[in-house]
Design a protein around this ligand. Structure first.
Ligand code: SF4
Length: 214
């Protein structure tokens, strides 16, 4: 994808992800479609380890959702903070609306009176997630120029906002309880550390590495 920028990160990053999965003996990993090659590398690494030193790691399986890939507002790349084509889960309704208004639509629909092509429109793709009950109506209105892109985007923004509302509320509740959040994080870290320590010990035993007493 970036032939002029082939660097260590291309292998280092997926290996780091593999370590994060294998360290806790992950069996099922919730991922997006774009992460499948990384997971395959993890599976390859654990298979190689198991066959060389003896079984330690389960081969993790991917868990895709019914929407394994979401296109960003630019209509070009996956939705991601890194590409600045995303909608923040905690965003308020006005912010969602202003972000959605910048989104790319059917490039062939230049005027309000032009019929649209929902199948190639990014906004329509997002309607499938956020206003699933109205997609057929939107597709038909778009094809007959019965609805304009501005109104279509407003409808989408409303759908996104109401879908995200429970998450916003939950987030606000947690944000008002920082001590509780710290406690949960510390507890999780403690439990994860115990599992990691145990796995590392097992790995070193299998590999015959010297374990110094701490
Ligand atoms: S009306 Fe909606 S689905 Fe049709 S081109 Fe405009 S934004 Fe896309």
């Amino acid at each position: 994808m970036q032939p002029h920028n082939v660097n260590y990160g291309l292998v280092g990053y997926p290996v780091l992800m593999a370590a994060d999965i294998a360290l806790y003996k992950g069996e099922v990993v919730p991922v997006g479609e774009d992460q499948l090659p990384h997971l395959e590398l993890t599976r390859e690494i654990v298979r190689r380890f198991n066959s060389t030193y003896g079984y330690v790691f389960p081969e993790p399986q991917a868990k895709l959702t019914s929407f394994p890939s979401v296109l960003g507002l630019d209509g070009l790349q996956k939705m991601s903070k890194s590409y600045n084509n995303y909608i923040e889960i905690a965003a308020q309704a006005e912010e969602i609306l202003s972000r959605v208004m910048t989104a790319v639509t059917d490039p062939a629909r230049r005027y309000r009176s032009d019929p649209g092509h929902p199948d190639i429109c990014n906004i329509f793709g997002l309607h499938k997630f956020f206003t699933p009950l109205r997609v057929e109506e939107i597709a038909s209105e778009c094809r007959t120029a019965g609805i304009g892109c501005v109104d279509c985007k407003k409808m989408l923004a409303q759908g996104i906002s109401s879908t995200l509302e429970p998450f916003r509320e939950r987030r606000a509740t947690l944000a008002s309880r920082p001590d509780y959040v710290d406690e949960v994080l510390a507890d999780g870290a403690k439990r994860a550390e115990a599992i990691a320590r145990e796995t590392l010990k097992e790995v070193k035993d299998k590999m015959g590495l010297l374990q110094l007493k701490s």
